[in-house]
Design a protein. Sequence first.
Lengths: 510, 41
Amino acid sequence: MDAHREEWGSRLGFLLAAVGSAVGLGNIWRFPYVAWENGGGAFFVPYLFALLTAGVPLLVLEYSIGHRFRGSAPLSLRRLHPRAEWIGWWQVVVCFVIASYYAVIVAWAAAYTWFSVGTTWGDDPDAFFFGDYLAASDAGTFGGFRLGVLVPLVLVWAVTLVILGAGVRRGIERANRVLIPLLVALFLVIVVRAVTLEGANLGLQTLFQPDWSRITDASVWVAAYGQIFFSLSIGFAIMITYSSYLPRNGDLTGNAFIAGFSNASFELLAGIGVFAAIGFLATSRGVPTEDAVSGGIGLAFIAFPEIISQLPGPSGLYGVLFFGSLVLAGLSSLVSICQTYIAALQEKFGMHRENAVVVAGGGTALVSLVYATGGGINTLDVVDNFINLFGIAAVGLVEVIVVAWLLRELPTMRDHANATSDLLLGRWWVVALGIITPLVLGWMLVDNLRLSLAEPYGDNPQWFLLAFGWGIALLALVAGILLSRRSWPEEVPLQRPPDPATPRPEGPGR
Amino acid sequence: MSTSAIVTMVFGMVAIWGGLAASIALTLRRSRATRASSEPR
């Protein structure tokens, strides 16, 4: 079945790729804000609980599916059960949508790495970002290409496609062996500099001051599960795809613990660096730290340029380190997102890797041009919001419900993980995936649906939300179902293979 | 920084970075043990 399937060169190579996929822009700009907004230091309790009851268990499940069935997400799920294939395609299409705009944010970071050298943004980073750099036009308009976005975007795609074209071991593994240690080293320098700035202690006080009254607030627990779910790259095909390249003796559970805690470790490091810098910003402005806190694009492209401008000494160098870190974190994640649909196309359409990279990667690059226009940031904001809330969260929930309750495959997946791992899974794993994870994800999805229906997202026209928000989220599902209806090439075996680790009777198959 | 903020910061660091160190140490120790037991004598 998989005689010619590529494999990771080493366990470290797989772990660096898995961590590189998980550690992305959200670790740097989302976690610190979410932690501060949800009880500060008290947030660590639900966060750790979510890591152990959803993050690591889901990682083990996806590693087991990919490792057991040795295919891209659609093929692995097809081998798990013929009626589960569409979930894999849904995940893959969600990845395609995400890759198309994620590359643009990496391109912004690349441009800002260059701008840092001369602190080009001047005294008003807000006006520079939306006015001079993006020349943002109204929601629903496109307003022509922006050269400052287009040029770095072409470079980002060139690097990404070269890495993907070189293959799993020579491309993805080798790139992550450079990107991840470099990212950690750069970020350590950023954090050490940030905590030695005047006012850093005020920022850290703001982040870590616990508000224990929030611990009984259900929304804080949902936020913790949401952070774990979105930051670990689970529920959207990446981990299934990556684990399918593990050798037969891969230690699945040990790898899941290491990857889960590595991601959390980087988030904590980012929280310390970001809030120490925010403390410095608040002190320079002479305002309370709470007034200087921001997250997302505002933190990276508006607050941080202001911080960089006010730093004593060679401030441009700090900017190069910060935005360079964003580029490294973004590139390693972008590569993993693209790999999901490149692997799926290779298998389903019998394409050579190079052709799949050109067709799928090049196709995504073309679509991403939409976000390099004046209206790009509005489109990106709406697509990102809806595909996260009703793409990733929905497909993750469906995957867990189908595997745990409809197919009742958790025991076989646990057997497989235990047979290949040193750390053995107990009953907690089945309870975590069968009960806790679907309940929390279900709640999150229903709550987000309620909020989105009650109030339109942002100041966007209704047609724009319908087309680029609801429409694209729904299109991902429909495209997933349609792709699953196409037949596989004859040479791709679809039957459920016997498990060499835990031999069982053959299940359903072609 | 207040004492409560320092306590939660230390708790977070020990739990998360300690969890990572423990996962790596446990996995490496068991891998070595598995390798040693499978080597021909």
